[in-house]
Design a protein around this ligand. Structure first.
Ligand code: HEC
Length: 111
């Protein structure tokens, strides 16, 4: 009996570690998607149009650099990416797949 319990617990521990690992993988993938598609506009510095627009929009009250923000939700990110906003273009599934978008949302909401 104890032995079965032991196996069950080891199994639980392994799945726990597995999902933490999977989350890390997803964020790493999201970081790559962000670097390719978003960073040219949302990078950290004075010359990025997205960052500049968000700095003006929030008047410095909210962090303008997307990758440093802690208040973004996955749904908000997905809607903005699929529909576009102001001068920001929308992105097609042939550019950013649903899986890439999941990863991107995981990366941007990791805090
Ligand atoms: C061509 C430049 C450009 C690219 C590329 C771009 N964005 Fe944007 N993005 C903008 C601009 C400009 C705004 C601000 C629009 C406004 O004035 O409300 C914005 C706004 C946003 C917002 C809304 C933030 C808020 O608080 O209102 C999100 C979320 C966002 N972008 C995510 C992304 C993601 C994720 C990517 C990559 C897939 C991306 N953007 C690529 C220019 C860009």
């Amino acid at each position: 009996m104890m032995r079965i319990l032991g196996f069950a617990m080891a199994g639980l521990l392994l799945t726990g570690a597995g999902s933490a690992w999977a989350a890390g993988e997803l964020e790493a993938q999201g970081r790559e998607v962000f670097a390719h598609w978003c960073e040219p506009c949302h990078g950290d510095g004075p010359t990025f149009p997205g960052t500049t627009a968000l700095r003006a929009k929030y008047e410095g009250k909210i962090e303008p650099v997307l990758s440093k923000r802690g208040d973004l939700t996955p749904d908000f990110i997905k809607i903005n990416v699929r529909k576009g906003v102001s001068v920001m273009p929308f992105f097609r599934k042939t550019e950013i797949s649903d899986q890439d978008l999941e990863a991107l949302a995981a990366y941007l909401t990791r805090q």
